[in-house]
Design a protein around this ligand. Structure first.
Ligand code: FAD
Length: 544
């Protein structure tokens, strides 16, 4: 297999043209090119108005040695190793492993454990995706919030109603990232996510992928229990001798569900997501080691997608180019950083609340990304110094305080404000040329009043600085909505290098435990957690 890169072709080109380009590059006839697979496709818009797709491709040719000579170092020999799960350990596992949460972390942990013969039980407080979709749409239509089935909770987790961006900054030599994307493709995602530089699925396709993964896990011996919220855990003290010293350590012996049922467990993966506040409270009360952590808060900002597309691709209109995206950062005078986050080209702002009388927003899109607006979070980092509270849950209480203010300011609806009025700290009375694209009821208000003064000032300064990168970003009629508070987990549930808490058998995992940010990294953390369980325990036993 040979790898070649920087094959540039204009938007709208055909696959025929790509094949021709490969043959020309390798200086071989069509019949000498046996096969090829695209590894990466990115957009090169540095020399506008000339825009190209740039390809990296792995090729199989009849005579590799001759091609290597002819291309003089431009083609490189590569070998691709598929992802491999570890070899099972020796400790007998007496009970089926429990996974709490069916977001990307829980789903992929469950997938690998089921594939490796460990028959996991996946507990999910919310509904299966099909029913969940109806609950969420009802909430957006009527404002009636289902506390266990909403944008944050239910099968598929927080990622189910999302833009479905699948890129991650997590580097991984073991092939876990490719394994995640490949598994998505095997369960209904388009194959281009395997090579697009910025792969994305969209809410509509993601729902189906999640449902198909559930069926695979069930077929491999896993079990899903919906409407099953873990409300407590059972712990036991066990005597342990360490370096000759006697002592007690705690271990998990079971989980309690909201109906009162108890399930005995030796292994419990906490893949809770960042919004399981009641569960964080319970774990904190049970003294599961955890700490508060920094996260970021801010607003969603909407602009016309055509403005963003023009700024990124130039004035020439090309067919075959996706809706343009952006990623911006700004260094503020007070030392804080402002940045855009979870940008949704052609997307919608969504009411993403999960608690009564508290309101949070986020962004989503459909696979086509063909909505008229682009939206993104603009956020600034907040640290324990901002929370002015103590204890592991102080960041969570700060999130709650902002969400209560957002609910009050919008009188239960998503509060929106033009950037001009945000700067003047006054409620918006009239909108300009940007028509909000929001799932859920919304109302003009003073979004700035949600924030402590320093954060409001920081957001204003950040947006003004971003105008230097995208003309129109700080336009007077850009629509801001709030509050963007669920950017990452406000807590970290501590774990060792073996992925286990000091409370034996508890495996904190994914975004809620503070080890991931985004769909793919949460899925990869789910895989790593499953690997840790496989490495420790043998699966060949009579599991009950
Ligand atoms: P989650 O996905 O939050 O899953 C946790 C699950 O645990 C939930 O299903 C919950 O119901 C369940 N649960 C919680 N407590 C309990 C309990 N006590 N008992 C039983 N079940 C419980 N990321 C991206 O990479 N790209 C995007 O485009 C993107 N867009 C987003 C858009 C929106 C609207 C939102 C809300 C998030 C978006 N994200 C996106 C973030 C992404 O969804 C998360 O990073 C990811 O879902 C985290 O995965 P997780 O499995 O760790 O947690």
């Amino acid at each position: 297999m040979l790898r070649i890169s920087q094959l540039n072709l204009p938007p709208g080109h055909s696959m025929e043209e790509l094949t021709d380009k490969i043959c020309k590059f390798l200086r071989v006839r069509r019949t000498d090119l046996l096969d090829y697979e695209i590894q990466k496709k990115s957009i090169d818009a540095r020399k506008k108005p000339h825009i190209f797709f740039s390809y990296t491709v792995d090729v199989k040719v009849k005579d590799e040695r001759q091609v290597l000579q002819k291309t003089r170092g431009k083609a490189k020999k590569v070998s691709r190793l598929p992802y491999q799960a570890p070899t099972p350990g020796a400790v007998p596992l007496m009970r089926r492993p429990i996974i709490v949460g069916s977001g990307p972390a829980g789903l992929f942990c469950g997938y690998l454990l089921a594939k490796s013969g460990y028959s996991p039980i996946i507990l999910e407080r919310g509904n299966p995706v099909e029913e969940r979709l109806a609950d969420v749409e009802e909430f957006w239509r009527s404002g009636h919030l289902n506390l266990s089935s909403n944008v944050q909770f239910g099968e598929g987790g927080a990622g189910a109603f999302s833009d479905g961006k699948l890129n991650t900054l997590v580097k991984d030599a073991k092939g876990r990232n490719h394994f995640v994307l490949q598994t998505f493709v095997e369960h209904g995602a388009p194959a281009d996510i395997l090579y697009e530089q910025k792969p994305h699925i969209g809410t509509d396709i993601l729902m189906n992928v999640v449902k198909n993964m559930r069926q695979s896990i069930q077929n491999m011996g896993g079990e899903f229990r919906f409407h099953s919220q873990m409300t407590d855990i059972r712990l036991e003290n066990i005597a342990q001798i360490d370096d000759g010293n006697k002592g007690n350590v705690r271990k998990i012996s079971g989980v309690v569900l909201d109906g009162g049922e108890e399930i005995a467990a030796n292994v419990c993966v906490l893949a809770l997501g960042h919004s399981a506040r009641d569960t964080f409270q319970m774990l904190c009360a049970r003294q599961i080691p955890m700490e508060t952590k920094s996260f970021a808060v801010g607003v969603r900002i909407e602009h016309p997608q055509s403005m963003i597309t023009q700024s990124q691709y130039g004035k020439t209109i090309y067919s075959g180019l996706p809706a343009a995206s952006y990623k911006l950062t700004a260094k503020l005078k007070n030392g804080r950083g402002a940045y855009t986050f979870c940008m949704c080209p052609g997307g919608y702002v969504v009411n993403a609340s999960s608690e009564n009388k508290r309101l949070a927003v986020n962004g989503m899109s459909y696979h086509k990304r063909d909505g008229i607006n682009a939206n993104s979070a603009v956020i600034v980092t907040v640290t324990p110094e901002d929370y002015k509270g103590t204890g592991p849950l102080s960041g969570m209480e700060f999130q709650r305080m902002l969400e209560e203010r957002a609910y009050t300011v919008g009188q239960g609806k998503v509060p929106i404000q033009c950037f001009k009025d945000f700067r003047e700290n006054q409620p918006t009375k009239e909108l300009g040329g940007v028509t909000p694209q929001i799932k859920g009821d919304f109302t003009p208000a003073n979004v700035r009043s949600i924030f402590p003064k320093e954060l409001g000032d920081s957001l204003e300064e950040g947006i003004l600085l971003m105008e230097h990168k995208i003309h129109g970003f700080a336009r007077a009629d850009a629509v801001l909505s709030g509050v963007e508070s669920r950017t990452s987990s406000p807590v970290r549930i501590l774990r060792s290098a073996d992925f286990e808490s000091t409370v034996s058998g508890i495996y904190p995992c994914g975004e809620g435990a503070g080890y991931a940010g985004g769909i793919t990294s949460a899925a990869m953390d789910g895989i790593k957690t499953a690997e840790a369980i496989i490495r420790k325990y043998s699966q060949k036993l009579n599991i009950t």
